[in-house]
Design a protein around this ligand. Structure first.
Ligand code: G3I
Length: 437
């Protein structure tokens, strides 16, 4: 089968941008960005209710576009750098690291209370010229040095790393992809995972690939066998990323849930890492619904990320594969995704409740934080202020503590409460966890 992912231009003529989509009425999306969303009214809130995250790829050069950042901030609680943490971006010259754009994305994510997926530590593609020209032991050592330096730089800030990306061939062979990294020896993948674990013991370590969504495909089976072997031999691996780039040539497979549950049964989490589905209208919406349903049906499917915010931000914009149109309006695919998240099976919550944290009014010296509890009316919320921050005020809950960790319990005003935090130089959003009492 011909790989379809690398030639979006070839399909451009097949895709007409839907005028109906472009002229769709402006939905209420931009209206409520500064206040707490009721649980379930955004993708991140609805996913959180189900014990999952909902993420997007972010491009550093779009962080100055307020339409983009408003949607991204409102809807998503997991961020993947679309290109800024790739090998060519971070290590343009050997052992000279350029953290600027990767750090911008991490900083934007953390200051808005979002987590970060790291993408990607080792890959045959997007290598800087110096690495492309290397081989053998020198390349193996350079790759391991890259993994170690990058995972160390971002230690403690990454939810999950795509440690190795796209290491298997398409087609029926089930073989490894030939590459300079593969030619350093078949153990290059496990060597990368061990180096990543040593550098950042708390990040989940994922193997990430495309065309691994159909359970019957040789490539899917090959990745399955790799993960099974790693688990059997104690090679550190925590998750499998299914990129899930779908279109007419590569549709959502009917056995997608089987693929997810089969990987999960090996004892790893499954993350849908780069979801996009070409199309428009109700057909596209149905396909998004199928993907979300399959994930919600497997408790170890812990999150979904789409590969961009608006159609115009997509690597294959002509296929209009995302949840927002070029004007930032919600598409039918968005509504289907949100509705499916709200209707699906909930992952068991360790604490029996969840809490959504949102920045609201912001002043130069302080900001308000809105907290919305769901899942229980008898709760205790533990709020971790960021370094230097102190509590100034609180409402609709009893809040104890003044810096570091605060504890909030109900005072009869319901499940939505708020605090005012003095920044003292730290603008990052506090984090919070919920448990039932
Ligand atoms: O930044 C330059 C810009 O200065 C220049 O004007 C422009 C035109 O040449 O190119 C820009 O760089 C491009 C970059 O995207 C940013 O737009 C690169 O040429 C282009 O190759 C790069 O494409 C990225 C691609 O990975 C590279 O492999 C896509 O944005 C990105 O969405 C895509 O993401 C991959 C995942 O990492 C792995 N899975 C598949 C997925 C889709 O291919």
């Amino acid at each position: 089968m011909t790989r379809t992912l690398t030639s979006p231009r070839h399909r451009r003529s097949l895709r007409a941008i839907s005028l109906a989509t472009l002229t769709a009425v402006v939905l209420a999306g931009g209206m409520a960005a500064t206040t707490a969303q009721a649980a379930g009214s955004t993708l991140q809130a609805a996913a959180t209710e189900k014990g999952r995250y909902f993420g997007t790829a972010i491009a550093a050069n779009k962080l100055s576009d307020s339409t983009y950042t408003t949607i991204a901030n409102r809807e998503f609680n997991m961020v993947t750098a679309e290109n800024e943490m790739k090998i060519d971006a971070l290590e343009p010259n050997q052992n000279q690291f350029n953290w600027t754009n990767g750090d911008r994305i991490v900083s934007w994510a953390r200051s808005n209370g979002k987590q970060v997926r790291g993408h990607t530590l080792a890959w045959h593609s997007q290598q800087p010229g110096w690495m492309q020209n290397m081989s053998g032991t020198a390349l193996r050592n350079a790759m391991l040095n890259h993994v170690t330096q990058v995972a160390t730089h971002y230690r403690g800030q990454i939810h999950s790393w795509d440690v190795v990306n796209e290491a298997f061939q398409d087609g029926s062979s089930g073989a490894r992809r030939d590459s300079n990294l593969q030619r350093t020896g078949n153990d290059w993948i496990e060597a990368a995972f061990r180096a990543a674990r040593a550098a950042d013991p708390n990040a989940k370590l994922c193997y990430n690939d495309y065309n691994t969504d159909d359970w019957t495909h040789a490539k899917t089976q090959a990745v399955y066998n790799l993960v099974r072997d790693f688990k059997a031999r104690g090679v550190p691996i925590d998750c499998v990323g299914l990129q899930s780039h779908f279109n007419a040539q590569s549709p959502v497979p009917s056995n997608y849930q089987t693929t997810i549950s089969s990987f999960a049964a090996l004892g790893v989490d499954v993350q849908i890492t780069e979801l996009d589905i070409e199309g428009s209208g109700s057909a596209q919406a149905d396909n998004y619904r199928k993907v979300v349903q399959a994930c919600l049906a497997v408790s170890r499917c812990t999150g979904i990320s789409v590969w961009g915010v608006r159609d115009t931000d997509s690597w294959r914009a002509s296929g209009t594969p995302l949840l927002f149109d070029g004007n930032g309006n919600k598409k039918p695919a968005y509504t289907a995704t949100l509705d499916t998240l709200n209707g699906g099976t909930s992952n068991p919550q360790p604490g029996g409740c969840t809490v959504a944290v949102t920045r609201s009014t912001d002043w130069s010296d302080r900001f308000n934080v809105s907290l919305a509890v769901s899942g229980s009316s008898t709760w205790r919320v533990s709020i971790q202020l960021q370094g230097g921050q102190t509590l100034q005020n609180s409402w609709n809950a009893t809040v104890s503590g003044s810096s570091g960790t605060l504890t909030a319990t109900p005072n009869g005003a319901g499940n939505n409460f708020g605090i005012t935090v003095y920044k003292n130089g730290n603008t990052n959003l506090p984090t919070a966890t919920c448990s039932t009492t």
